[in-house]
Design a protein around this ligand. Sequence first.
Ligand SMILES: [Zn+2]
Length: 184
Amino acid sequence: MMIFGKHRGGSAAGDLGDGRALLYRGQRLTARISHQGSCRRVGVARRGSTLHIQAGPGHTEGDVEAALGRWYRKEARRLITDLVRVYTARAGATHKKIFIKDQKTRWGSCSRQGNLNFNFRLVMAPPDILEYIVAHEVCHLVHQNHSRDYWSLVASHYPRFREARKWLRSHGPALQGTFFLDTP
Ligand SMILES: [Zn+2]
């Protein structure tokens, strides 16, 4: 946010993140900011490895962060809904609702009522990792615990679960925080 201090009057594209990198599905996207005279809300659209961000003259870095949050959540809902359909069909399980959240400490959870909760930041991770978490939570629709039976069910639906767990332990924390990466 540049409310105080170095604001130079009118937001230059660079101030809003032009040229900066973000993570999506384990890949780096480059942000391209374009200014639109009259847009009330910051627009976000991906084309290939470019994330096009359309901002109006009054928009701040905070508005861009909020718009990116909405975009990541929308992507998470789309990708997760498809995967839940696949994995519940395979496991012969049924679920109630899917909630997309920003949980600091967990990637997903399954309620006793059969609702599935997922952290939207999973869309920043490689596709395999998102798929593992969906498989993990869908298997909880069958076993509400981490018993041997539970893990053998996970292994039958997602054999490479150990690698995915290891990835999340070492890289998961880096997915928290602001959306733009610090390193160019
Ligand atoms: Zn679990």
